[in-house]
Design a protein around this ligand. Sequence first.
Ligand SMILES: *Cc1c(COP(=O)(O)O)cnc(C)c1O
Length: 367
Amino acid sequence: MSPNTVPYLNLFLAHQDSEQVRVAISEVIESGWYILGRQVQLFETEFAAFCQAQYCVGVGNGLDALRLLLDAHEIGAGDEVIVPGNTYIATILAITQLGATPVLVEPQRETLNLDPKQVELAISERTKAILAVHLYGYAAPMKELEAIANKHNLFLFDDCAQAHGAIVDGKRVGSIGNASGFSFFPTKNLGCIGDGGAVTTSSLEIAEKIKLLRNYGSGKKYYNQLAGWNSRLDEIQAAILRIRLRELEAKNEIRRQLAKRYIEGLGQLPLRFLPFEPHGVYHIFPILVSERDRVQDFLKAQGIGTIIHYPVPPHQQECYRDREWASVSLPITEKIAQQELSLPLYPGLTEEQQNYVIKQINTFYSQ
Ligand SMILES: *Cc1c(COP(=O)(O)O)cnc(C)c1O
């Protein structure tokens, strides 16, 4: 018997923690304290320890985490930030919203991730930072990027929104470089039930600055040292994240096992996927197929949900139509946008469902 529907994602099934979450929410309600309290403080300590970072600062969402960490390093107008062209728009928005200029580079074909050679070629007199992205849960080559950053005296940041718990060269993402941004949007590997985000860093000075910046630039109530923002992780989300952080390693391991089964089940077909990465966290399982839209329609007709990450790369988005930096040609990035298809992969996806997905993709190619 085959399941007749496989949703792309079912967050309720992925977590199975509704009772614990209800209790945690009640405790926050009864505490009478809802913003910047005990839960946020405890979560910050626990998440820093998980990431092997010195400090964590909870903020409103992933985009703000990136904006705040750039702001804290005084990145702004006239500065260039080197960033992968193949990323989610938020990475780029963080840079442009601070008035800085993104310098987009092509990915490596095999990893779809930042290519250190291209990064080095993109450095100019105005370059201030490299912002790597661990896209799909697959870590960027941080050791090589760190060497480049040190050599040219640049900051190294990373967008960890898709990679909570990933390890690269023996280090957790979030513990490398100058500062890292995380999102806890519900669909992420560590997700809450609203918006949430965090910055991790090993610099006390930067952590303290972001603590001010997230709260109107104020350390002492009604006294403002910096012209800050309002971007705080709230107590309810922090309490939920503390529960889910305890399960994260186990859930990431389930994701890895699911990825392995896809690789085994689809390995003979004329489609491409990333090589298995034992320390990856498989936020997304991307395949590259030349007849992508036909495959997606076929799977949809069989009741299987898929998503495209992402149909339009940032430099081709309407919002950046008149920006000079966006008028670049990025053939590898553009091809990924034409060929990428993400298959269902989450804790709670049953073996039977996954077998059905694998069988239907094989059927598509045997027609
Ligand atoms: C989700 C995501 C973000 C933004 O996070 P939000 O919490 O939605 O603001 C940034 N970068 C990447 C790569 C993401 O996947």
